[in-house]
Ligand binder design. Sequence first.
Ligand code: CP
Length: 352
Amino acid sequence: MVFLLVPAQLARKEVAKLLSVTKDQNATNASKDDKLLRLPYFVSVEQLDVEDVFNLIHRAQYFKKGGAVPKLSRPVFCVNMFFENSTRTHTSFEVAERRLGLTAIPFDPAHSSVKKGESLYDTELTMASLGIELSVIRHSKNAYYDEIIHPKAGQHLQMGLVNAGDGSGQHPSQSMLDMMTIYNEFGHFDGLKVMIVGDLTNSRVARSNMEILNKLGAKVYFSGPEYWYDPKEFGDYGTYVKNIDDEIADVDVLMLLRVQHERHTSDSDNTEELFDPAAYNEQYGLNQRRYDLLKDSAIIMHPGPINRGVEWDGNLVEAPKSRYAVQMQNGVFVRMAMIEAVLRGRKIGGLE
Ligand code: CP
């Protein structure tokens, strides 16, 4: 196992390169299961190349079909630290951990010493000292994980980490379950038209998915209010469509985003004041007319939770073209594969 000691200010791309070097070294050392992913941390889709994504999807598919889980040689403790609200990510990580035979230790941020001012790094140091080897963290701060995976001089934290969502940064487990859902549907990504619609500015799902879909050869479109679309940030990853109806009949995947009201309060553009739910539904919402315009083979996705009647008319959430429930189902198996990758990358519980 190689531990990374790099300055906190190191550029993201360079970190991704370093992480992938570690991953390749681990993969080269592996004598069996050489298609399995091995990572010291799973914090961003920037760590992954195309082969990694396919290996992860295949592993998740194997678990979904009831394939045997790797046997741990000793008890392994993990902790799920959710500093932001969550239903599906939190619960499905816990299901994934139990399926893998890990013991999840409860952690309630509201009653923890974080409330007394303890830092995230010191909280993790505490967990590691107690014998916890893996943490799954959701946090409102973008790239919160930097302070954990880039220890400063004199720090010796050794902790596996899976990012369950950082601010408006990354949501790798949502991205991987989305890729699994798309792949299971179409059997490939090449040239698929994926339109991501809605609150792009605040969406870690959009940021993760635009990055990985481009790597996989899909064609990305964006739509939604212009105040949530910044060409400087999104322009390199896809084409902005002002009127969703101009493209909807052509897309293979319609990916709706949640309108994230809780993040608009700190929004310098005051988008909460500009936002009108009825007008949004009229211009960008998935209603019966737009549902009928979609190709028969097209699918509709949403990371959840849904603002019913805003992004998606409630009576269509479980319509035949919807993959909402399938996404959540796939989330358990993809998270098993992600956790396994970190357990193997760090040789935890006898896995390698
Ligand atoms: N998709 C998603 O992250 O949902 P939760 O916030 O409920 O975890």
